[in-house]
Write a protein that binds this ligand. Structure first.
Ligand code: AMP
Ligand code: MG
Length: 705
């Protein structure tokens, strides 16, 4: 069975009112259209979303698997007794004719279940209802049932430990309620899309759209390891979609039971294949090893660390922290490759013409020209290959991009020819193979063409597409938490500031930097200088992020609560870096998550983020350590500096192409950051710079901004 372009996994719900969050409808997607799990408050809205998605997939000529976490059938004997047909899909239609479900999730599932119970002997099979709901045919407890004559479980459920019986309508795992509602909705969907949609296993898995039932707990071990999801349901649908997208679908959909069982009871997609699905996820959820607790330690007795030493130590301490996921090439721009890309076909795939003109075998030309060759009927154009052989000594009309027909190795430019439609005349001499492109002259099939760690550019997407690569494995985006600290800060930009208060400038800046670097910015808010509050925010950051940037409170003073807290947690290393502007950089692990404690001054915070944060975050995101590219430019300023500290000046190029610096070096002067387009880097040694001297200029674009 052929591959699906996208996989959708739906965690369905029987909620009687609109609801979001845990235990509501979650939709996970992998392959084309993948994105964060989607949460939808009502069944009607979710069905609308699926309808739109199905239509778009069909329009694009793609294939989609939609796996629902409900039962598609009931234990044997049920369908036949209820509908006269031993066919689960007959039950779907029976339910679709009776179930009502409104835009606010109001529905009659308990009444319909009671109606079904009346058609069976004894008491049951369905049970469970809200307290005080007066439905004499629907027992409140499973143990009150008797004599209905049906099994508790389907054959497939025997393979899925922990699966709840389809008869249970109320409280935890009320798969029965979800299934009654789900089957009714899916019956409508099925009729609406006709042959374009099939239900597995009853109808096979070859249609463009395939519906299947699945069981989210199949991949529980991976879900337990997953981090950063809003709730368990979100992790389940996301990871199961990814696993199905990578799995061997032929293996998963091979007939798992006799056809009559499949038709009557249905089957859980993935049942008995948990190990295979987990193996598919291993590369994604096997979170890379955490950082060592002492990774930021500096040797004893070190006083001031030169910038280069600090950078080298940081580089040694860190490693990539994000696992991999599959995305389509079209979604891959700006993402970091987690694998080397290998050409699935050559570019160009076949020898073709580089121009519009006339093609022939060069060896057939006699003498130095001019030549006249008879033309064969027809032509070769891009996408319209000429199926025949061009006889020796004949020519054919050929257009740019057309595959060279057999008997053609050379093309002469249209502008250099005269033709009456039956013959073509042109001057010589003509070099063999002129105006043609060889197969694979750009990239050969099987060649490795982009290395892992590469941040994919628009041109890379063109290259990958041309080479037949549709999906790529990229690193999950690095989640970068940003936390501001300080009693003086006012987080709300609309608030009225007291004279002693200042607006939080660092957080918007750092969040935007993280975003521009291709990471996921996570706003951890602003916390006053209060250790308990900062600890809570760091806890939250450690749960949800791969790395945390804090600003403020990072020195060793009384009010420097961030460094105090980190020191108490035992992993703080305060690096006194010989750098201006900047003060100690606090480096620590909070519950295993690296924390970069930046200075509070916006200018110092900005410079430290560019110099240390940029390469460090790049490394953690999987794209390797990135040194900024600078170049030597004539200075348009005068400045002398003492030895000892490396200095970064806010700078930009003037109209003459010389580099000028901001009038003030004050580290509270945010306007200078805004004015600047780059940094001038002055060496650790003493320097005396006059206009015309060469200085190193690093534009902000070199820092990825
Ligand atoms: P600190 O590193 O906490 O001693 O702060 C140094 C200076 O930066 C103080 O003047 C703070 O008020 C200022 N500052 C700290 N955090 C921020 C922020 N998020 N936005 C603007 N200024 C800040
Ligand atoms: Mg402070």
């Amino acid at each position: 069975m052929s591959r699906f372009d996208r996989v959708v996994v739906v965690d369905w719900s029987a909620n009687a009112t609109p609801k979001l969050g845990a235990d509501s409808i979650w939709i996970g997607r992998a392959g084309a259209g993948s994105g964060p799990p989607q949460n939808i408050a009502t069944r009607l809205e979710s069905m609308e979303a699926l309808r739109t998605e199905i239509a778009a997939v069909l329009q694009a000529g793609q294939r989609m698997l939609i796996a629902f976490d409900i039962g598609f059938g009931f234990p044997r004997g049920f369908a036949g007794h209820l509908t006269g047909k031993r066919d689960a899909l007959a039950v779907w239609d029976w339910l679709a004719a009776r179930i009502t479900d409104d835009a606010r999730n109001g529905n009659n599932r308990f009444e319909v279940a009671a109606e079904i119970n009346r058609q069976f002997p004894g008491i049951g099979p369905f049970w469970g209802r809200p307290n005080g709901r007066d439905l004499p045919d629907l027992p409140a407890k499973g143990s009150l049932r008797a004599g209905h004559g049906l099994d508790e479980l389907r054959a497939t459920e025997a393979l899925c430990s922990g699966a709840h019986p389809m008869w249970k309508l109320y409280t935890t795992g009320s798969v029965g309620s979800q299934s009654l509602l789900g089957q009714a909705h899916l019956a409508a969907l099925r009729h609406e899309f006709g042959d374009a949609l099939s239900v597995w296993p009853m109808e096979g898995a070859e249609a463009p759209i395939v519906l299947a039932e699945t069981y989210l707990s199949l991949i529980d071990p991976a879900v337990r390891l997953a981090r950063g999801y809003p709730c368990k349901d979100a992790a389940q649908v996301d990871l199961l979609a990814l696993a199905f997208n990578r799995a061997d679908m032929g293996q998963l959909t091979a007939a798992p039971a006799p056809p009559d069982v499949l038709r009557e009871e249905g089957w859980i997609l993935g049942a008995g294949h948990g190990a295979h699905l987990l193996a598919m996820l291993e590369q994604t959820t096997l979170t890379p090893p955490r950082l060592r607790n002492d990774c930021f330690a500096m040797p004893q007795g070190v006083d001031w660390v030169p910038v280069d030493t600090a950078l080298a130590r940081l580089r040694d301490a860190l490693h990539p922290l994000t696992a991999a996921e599959d995305v389509t090439v079209r979604q891959a721009g700006g993402r970091v490759l987690a694998q080397d890309l290998v050409a699935r076909r050559a570019n160009p795939p076949a020898a073709n013409s580089a121009v519009d003109g006339y093609g022939f075998m060069q060896g057939a030309l006699q003498g130095d020209g001019p030549y006249t060759l008879p033309l064969v009927a027809g032509r070769a154009a891009a996408g319209q290959p000429f199926g025949d052989v061009v006889p020796h000594g004949h020519a054919i009309r050929i257009l740019t991009g057309a595959i060279l027909p057999e008997g053609v190795d050379t093309v002469v430019l249209e502008e250099d020819c005269a033709s009456d439609g039956a013959r073509v005349a042109f001057d010589g001499p003509i070099k063999p193979r002129i105006n043609t492109r060889k197969a694979g002259e750009d990239v050969g099939a099987g060649a490795s063409f982009l290395p892992k760690g590469r941040v994919l550019t628009p041109a890379d997407l063109a290259l990958a597409s041309a080479l037949g690569v549709g999906y790529v494995q990229v690193h999950r985006r690095l989640r970068v938490g940003v936390l501001s600290t300080g009693d003086e800060l006012l987080a709300d930009p609309d608030a009225t500031a007291q004279p002693h208060q200042i607006f939080d400038a660092n957080r918007p800046m750092l969040l935007e930097i993280a975003r521009r670097w291709g990471h996921v910015p996570v706003d951890l808010g602003h916390i006053p200088d209060d250790p308990a509050g900062i600890a809570t925010a760091l806890d939250e950051g450690a749960r949800d992020c791969d790395v945390i940037l804090t600003s403020g409170g990072a020195s060793a003073g009384d009010e420097d609560h961030v460094s105090r807290l980190l020191r108490e947690a035992g992993t703080l290393s305060s690096w006194r870096i010989a750098l201006k502007p900047g003060r100690p950089l606090a480096l620590a692990l909070w519950q295993g998550v690296p924390v970069l404690g930046l200075p509070g001054n916006p200018v110092a915070a900005f410079v430290c983020t560019l110099i240390f944060g940029r390469p460090a975050l790049s490394l953690m995101a999987g794209c390797g350590w990135q040194d900024p590219k600078g170049f030597m430019v004539e200075a348009a300023f005068t400045k002398s500096k003492k030895p000892g500290r490396r200095e970064y000046l806010r700078a930009r190029l003037d109209a003459a192409g010389r580099v000028e610096v901001f009038a003030s070096e004050g580290s509270g002067r945010i306007s200078g950051l805004s004015w600047a387009e780059g940094l001038v880097e002055l060496p650790d040694e003493a320097a005396s710079i006059r206009p015309g001297a060469l200085v190193r200029y690093i534009p902000f674009t070199s820092f990825g901004l």
